[in-house]
Design a binder for this molecule. Structure first.
Ligand SMILES: Cc1cc2nc3c(=O)[nH]c(=O)nc-3n(C[C@H](O)[C@H](O)[C@H](O)COP(=O)(O)OP(=O)(O)OC[C@H]3O[C@@H](n4cnc5c(N)ncnc54)[C@H](O)[C@@H]3O)c2cc1C
Length: 296
């Protein structure tokens, strides 16, 4: 069995290659416009993307590599632009892509349903199985391989996208995937300035800050790249502090791989306490300064 992994983020390259290794004897890695991580695949392919080209214009290069390698399994990183490439490739192979898988068992893949309230299992229909995944499901697996890298020249598409303008996006949260301690803030923080209490705690425990979706999407107090959950980031730190977070399923699925969950909430009936290893019932304004002073 031969698997092709297409990813750009270094951690995701590693995790998807590790996951692919549990299913396939040969693991091949394709990386677009950047350097592949060494020693995690049998062969890594660096696909050229000339400066100024839209990422999506790399599709023809990816398709040529897919035809050359004929993999039976394809994993793409669960990012919007990678899913576009993966979806096009699946259509090229006359099948469909199973999106955002959280586990793969032989020929069946699991993904979340109803915003994380249920899990569904799907069977790939075509001769090639296409999955997109954040890679978090495979973080416990070991990636193995060689440092062999081959380059493939950029194949100019017949109808290329033209980049007319660019604007920077927040790169906040880049360290979240690797952080061993993450401090998550929720709607229990009534004012933007109160978030300093979460930042102080994160500083004291050498952790990274994150949040629930309403703080990023509704209040816009924190970057969208920092919210955790079914439609945000999935993390697996050693310790996750859920501060003023009620513990709705859509948030908790993003942190359920944490070794230890510590919750602070003024409502003793908050659902977060059902999943927390340690719970403090109290007001953030009283608990957080005391906790930070203790842990500093
Ligand atoms: C399709 C879909 C996808 C979603 N995806 C996500 C997702 O990826 N991530 C995500 O986070 N959410 C997601 N949501 C939203 C999710 O359902 C919840 O609405 C959200 O997680 C709630 O955020 P919260 O816990 O911060 O706020 P709330 O539910 O409002 O909870 C606030 C908590 O703070 C406590 N509190 C208030 N004041 C204090 C105080 N002074 N001291 C201590 N505690 C206090 C309250 O008791 C309460 O428990 C999604 C929803 C849908 C429908």
């Amino acid at each position: 069995m031969k698997a092709l992994v297409i990813a750009d983020n270094a951690d995701t390259q590693r995790e998807l290659c590790a996951g692919a290794r549990t299913l396939a004897d040969t693991v091949l890695l394709a990386v677009i416009g950047t350097d592949p991580v060494p020693d995690i695949a049998d062969v890594a392919y660096a696909l050229e993307l000339p400066v100024g080209q839209a990422f999506e214009n790399a599709y023809d290069t990816v398709e040529a590599l897919f035809d050359e390698l004929s993999p039976e399994i394809v994993f793409v990183q669960s990012s919007p632009r990678m899913k576009i490439v993966g979806g096009q490739l699946a259509a090229h192979a006359d099948t469909s892509l199973i999106a955002d898988v959280t586990a793969v068992y032989d020929d069946e893949a699991e993904s979340m349903y109803f915003g994380g309230l249920a899990v569904k299992r799907q069977k790939a229909s075509g001769p090639v199985r296409f999955y997109s995944s954040s890679g978090a499901a495979f973080c416990a697996e070991e990636a193995t391989g060689t440092d062999r890298v081959e380059t493939r020249a950029f194949a100019t598409p017949s109808h290329p996208l033209t980049v007319r303008a660019t604007k920077p996006v927040s790169s906040e949260g880049g360290e979240l995937g690797r952080a061993s301690v993450v401090v998550g803030a929720g709607r229990g923080f009534a004012h933007k300035e109160d978030l300093q209490m979460a930042r102080d705690l994160a500083h004291a425990v050498r952790g990274e800050t994150a949040c629930s979706r309403p703080l990023a999407e509704n209040e816009k107090w924190m970057a969208k790249s920092l919210y955790l959950g079914v439609s945000g980031r999935m993390i697996s730190p050693k310790v996750y502090f859920a501060l003023g977070i009620s513990g709705q399923m859509q948030h908790m699925v993003g942190v359920h791989n944490a070794d230890i969950i510590v919750a602070v909430n003024k409502d003793q009936n908050a659902p977060v306490f059902n999943q927390a290893d340690y719970g403090i019932v109290g007001d953030l304004h009283e608990v957080l300064p005391a906790l930070t002073a203790k842990l500093a």
